[in-house]
Write a protein that binds this ligand. Sequence first.
Ligand code: HEC
Length: 466
Amino acid sequence: MRFLRKAWEWFDARTDASKIIGPVMNHPVPPGTGWKYVFGSATLFAFLIQVFTGIALATAFVPSAGQAYESLQWITHEAFLGRLLRGMHYFGASAMVLLVGIHMIRTFLTGSYKFPRELNWVVGVVLLGLTILMGFTGQLLRWDQNGVWSTIVAAEQAGRVPVIGAWLARLILGGQTVGGATLSRFFAYHVFFIPAVIFAMVGLHLALVLRHGISELPDSSRPVDPRTYRSWYENMLRREGVPFWPDAAWRDVVFGAAVVACVVVLAWRIGPPLLTKPPDPTIIEAYPRPDWYLLWYFAVLAQLPPGTENYVIVGAPVLAGFCLLILPLLFNKGQRAPSRRPWAVASMVIIAMSVGVLWYQGKRSPWSPDFGATQLPAHVVQATDPQIAEGARLFFEKGCQYCHAIAGSGGQRGPDLTYVADKLTEKQITLRILNGAFNMPSFASSLKPDEASAIVAFLDTRKLPH
Ligand code: HEC
């Protein structure tokens, strides 16, 4: 103990470290902010998880088209702690997106972006954008079917931007299509460039927080007036301020530690997402699914009426970013209390509900086949003769179930066939299967006659029980 103290004194005498750390830890903060103010620091904890696990993963990951997939397989299945680290990096990313979102909602609802903290918000919006870019570039580094196709889709979207589209698409891909150059490029962005900008922005964000102090709890009897706010705030801190450490910071530490613990437990119990197949240039029809935090946006894109896509794909994110950036410049004074800002609360509720609904649709994605469909259980088939049982098996094996559900199992791309025999005759069913229809492939050439009749025999049993 004595040695440690001596060592610290030696160090401090030469660096003045305590003169820097002391004021930061002891500076007074407004009283009573409570648990709603922990999400900013928790985001920082999640970011630090990403930095540490990311560095560890980068030591074993090979950013080349020939070896990336294998090196990740090796990390996941063989490297010491590799599975845990990949899992932590995945769940850490999810935590970061989630916490940035909650932190933004909180600062929005408590009007913390108002004078003099407008630029804290603006820097925060930039950090949100950078966080999303990290998620997007990270997805490609998996170098599997999903990651590669998501990037192709994004590059196609970027290519639709007027004037600079072609240039933008090349900037993303590093060539005409996704290949080794894209992977090297995304690796450099993901590992060097974007993190460097994030570090700088986090530094700026924190410097601004220290400069202006954290916002006090909103009080409807005291709207923000830029002319008097500063002196009022400083007086209030002198009268009622509590030291940051430990009075307020203990909650940050407890919550941050809980976030880290959750990420570790999830990574250990659930593990990283399985890699889908290695990218295969011969598969031209793919249904990439982005990571969950972009799924709602995917739902928007999938459901746009044709013709409006170009405007929405490019326009919506630009408009949303623009609104977020100018928000504190337009509304920097007046009421902060949510009870006195009905429009702010209402718009928050509407945005949250829309994202929720879209996310749910993205999750179900009725517009794309469900390649995870599993064979129909026996109690659903209720086969009394072997031909019907064979038909049920073929229904799964020939891929009908990717698009059609029976008794709740299967995709939503085509109509539900649970009671198809009540609606169509045997002949109509046969014709539909052999001829196909809009969005339904024709099976005339890929089913043998006895296979087709087995499937029809099975579907003909699908009636409401009388
Ligand atoms: C790529 C997705 C897809 C696959 C795979 C698929 N279908 Fe379809 N199916 C559809 C769509 C979409 C429709 C609706 C077509 C329309 O607009 O009439 C449909 C319609 C049908 C209908 C008529 C249902 C009704 O209510 O009108 C039957 C029966 C049918 N499919 C059976 C099958 C069988 C059997 C298979 C497998 C051999 C199969 N489908 C494979 C997408 C698919």
